[in-house]
Design a protein around this ligand. Sequence first.
Ligand code: SF4
Length: 371
Amino acid sequence: MAHALLSASSADRWLHCPASVRLTEGMADKGSSYAAEGTLAHAMAEEDLRAFMEARDPDFSRHCQQPYFYRGMEEDIKLYTDYVKETFLAGAEELAIEQRLDFSEYVPGGFGTGDAVILSQGAVEIIDLKFGKGVPVSPIKNPQLMLYGLGAYLANDWLFDIDTVRMTIVQPRLDFLDTYEVSAGMLTEWARETVTPQAKLAYAGKGDLQAGSWCRWCKIKNTCRARASQHLEFYQSKSAGPELNTAEIADVLAQVDAIKAWLADIETGATETLTAGGEIPGWKLVEGRSNRKITDPEAMAEALKKVYAAEEIYKPQELKTLTALEKLVGKKAFASDYGQYVTKPPGKPTLAPESDKRPALNSPENEFTFE
Ligand code: SF4
C-alpha cells in the first residue's frame, strides 16, 4: 500500500515536529504485531461491510488462515461494523468503504484511507476503526480524523453540498465510541491556517524539532537529541532548599509517564544496536535470567507415574483466567450467564492527575475510605 510522505496517520507528529519528516524519510518501518493484527481486523471489517452492501454473508475463510487471527475476532469488529451499518440505514445516501481521501489541496501529496465514509445531503461522517486495546483514542480535535474529514468533504461537497463533517472513532475492544463534529467552514479554516503552513515546512525539511507525545511513532525516537533534551532539561528548580516542595513534585509527576517511555526507548534502541553488532561505550549484552523448562511433559509424567501417585505429580484442576474464559464464551454471554460469579474488589490507591475522570478516593463522591 502506498503511503503519503505527509500522511493523515502521521499528522499529529508532522504538525508538531515538521522537521521530523525529512529527517526520517526512507528509514525502514519496523512494523509490529499490533499493526499486523490491526491490518487483519480492517480487512475483516471491510469484508463484513462489502458483504452487507452486496446483501450476502461475509466470507472470512481467507482471514482465518492469517497468523494474527484468533477465535472471536469477528465478534470484536462488530461494534464498528454494526455502527457503520446502523448509521447508513438511518437515512444516508452513500457508504464508501476503504476510500482514498485526497487532501493535497492543503498538504503536498497528502492523502489517506477512510475506513468508512457515509454521505447524506449536507453531511459526511468518517468512521475510523481502531483495534488497539491499550487506551481509547479520542476523535476530538484529532488531526488524523480531521484530515480524513477534509478529504471526504473535498471529494463530495460538489454532490452533497456538505456543511457538517462528523468524525467517529470506534474502538471495539475497549467498548469505546465517540464522535466529533465540526462545520465544513471550521475544518477548511483549520486546514488553511494551521495545516498548510506546517505541511509546507515539513515538505521542505524545515521547521523545529519539537518533542512531545507524538514522538512515540517517530522512527528516531530512540536517538533523537531534541527528545532527550526535553526530558533531561525539563526540570528547572524553582526554589532553593534541600528538598523539593509539593508544587515541584507535582511538576515532576506530570512528566513521569513521558520520561519512563523515553527511558524504555533508550534501552530498546541500545539493545538493538548491540544485537546488530554495534557498540555502545561501556555496555554489552549478557544472558538474562531464564527458567528451566520441561521438554516433554507427557514423557516426564509417564516416568514419574512409575514411582509417584498421580495426585503427587499433577496440580489440582484450575480455571483459566477471567480474560480467557470471557473470550471463550463471548463478552455479552459471559456477563449475562456468569457475571454473578465475578466481582471486582476496589483497586489500591493510585496516583492520578486532577484531570482524571475518576473521583478522588477521599472525595464525597466516593464512599470508599482508606487509612
Ligand atoms: S523523536 Fe520527537 S522531537 Fe525527535 S524528530 Fe521525532 S517527533 Fe521530532
